[in-house]
Write a protein that binds this ligand. Structure first.
Ligand SMILES: [Zn+2]
Ligand SMILES: [Zn+2]
Length: 386
């Protein structure tokens, strides 16, 4: 039902079989050389020293928040709000994940418009309406934020991004393999909203990106475009669903845990790298969980038990492809092992046993815990795969 082209959504309404009418209002500007040459005086461009280089000759007020900003700390948000000129109407984020999260939340708190100027195809959050923000004492929370009015995606800039960021984008997309299963499980266990059409759209995006992924290492145009389209379509999917579940499950919860470990100097890497690794872990844990149908714990799990074999089918068909997906990730240069992000066996066990979502969200993590299978399956996983 939904268009495959992310540019065909703006201002349209989709009467869906899920019972909702989906709409999407952000203006996506995608193409070559599409960045405005000049921004008016009432726009403040937020960047760091790295992303400032992508601004080229863009004229306008710029606000450099740091040298290389790698974490969306609340202090950066406060710094922008406290120091922006009085007559600013729009905050434009020149950057990728972190700069966008900081700027989007600052725009929300100060009631300004938010515009994204994408510098890397490294994550699917350009169209997001939430910002994961790090507060004091390493507390990370998803804060409601301003939807972008416009998102500029310049193909030349995105293609020229550092290879690690491009591969992080691939990892973020491959994470949808598990987030889609988690969304369905959440629907069955907690009756959370689910739209099969939006799930199909995300499935289309992940396959498009995966099938074209091998060209990414040569920055092949078709592969880069498939990645950009997939990232935008996942952003649109989350926007239309009204929450992040179609594109964010247990693999993202684990990624957010690793992101906090980075702040403590106990891990290193980018969001999408963590997501890709998390997907491989939870796909295997889910597969082990679905090997044997457990007894029903309570009425809450009735629908899951009724749909057990259809979910099991999805889990096993992902597992049948997992080695192939993993070797495709390795071939293109993605990280696939926790040790590659500084997480050893002991740290991984601790992570898997203690990880919690920053807001209530039913995922494979909760499922394993609810059925008391967590320790047993994590040990089995460690023995078999590490
Ligand atoms: Zn729907
Ligand atoms: Zn992500």
């Amino acid at each position: 039902m939904f268009p495959k082209n992310p540019l065909e959504y703006k201002g349209r309404q989709f009467c869906c079989k899920c019972g909702k009418t989906h709409s999407f209002n952000a203006d996506i500007i995608l193409g070559k050389n599409i960045l405005p040459k000049e921004f008016s005086k009432d726009t403040l461009i937020i960047c760091d020293s790295n992303t400032l280089k992508c601004a080229g000759n863009i004229k306008g007020e710029k606000f450099v928040i740091g040298k290389s900003v790698e974490s969306a700390k609340i202090n950066f948000v406060r710094h922008i709000i406290d120091n922006m000129p009085k007559d600013i109407i729009t905050l434009a984020a020149l950057g990728s994940g972190t700069i966008c999260d900081i700027t989007r939340y600052a725009a929300h708190l100060s009631q300004k418009h938010f515009v994204a100027l994408a510098t890397a195809p490294s994550m699917d959050g350009y169209l997001s309406v939430v910002s994961p923000i790090v507060f004091e004492n390493y507390v990370k929370r998803s804060m409601p934020s301003k939807a972008p009015k416009k998102a500029y995606c310049d193909i030349d800039i995105l293609s020229a991004a550092p290879m690690r960021l491009i591969l992080a984008g691939l990892g973020d997309i491959l994470g949808k393999f598990t987030s889609l299963i988690d969304w369905k499980i959440a629907n069955l266990v907690e009756d959370c909203y689910y739209c099969p059409e939006i799930a199909e759209l995300v499935k289309y995006a992940v396959e498009l990106c995966y099938q074209n992924s091998q060209g990414l290492k040569d920055r092949d145009n078709k592969s880069i475009m498939a990645l950009i389209d997939a990232l935008l379509l996942c952003g649109i999917a989350m926007n239309m669903a009204g929450f992040s579940r179609p594109a964010s499950g247990a693999e993202h919860t684990l990624a957010h845990y690793f992101e906090i470990e980075v702040l403590k100097n106990k891990a290193y890497g980018y969001h999408g790298e963590f997501v890709g690794i998390g997907m491989l872990i939870y796909a295997r844990l889910l597969n082990m969980f679905f090997e044997k149908k457990p007894n029903m714990l309570s009425k809450k799990f009735e629908k899951l038990m009724d749909s057990w074999y259809s979910i099991k089918d999805e889990v096993t068909s992902l597992n049948d492809r997992l080695e192939q997906i993993e070797s495709a990730m390795k071939d293109v240069g993605c990280k696939t092992k926790p040790s590659e992000i500084g997480i050893d066996k002991k740290a991984l066990i601790k992570a898997l046993l203690t990880v919690r979502p920053s807001m209530p969200k039913y995922t494979s993590i909760t499922l394993l815990r609810d059925f008391g299978k967590e320790k047993e399956l994590i040990n089995k996983y460690i023995e078999k795969y590490l």
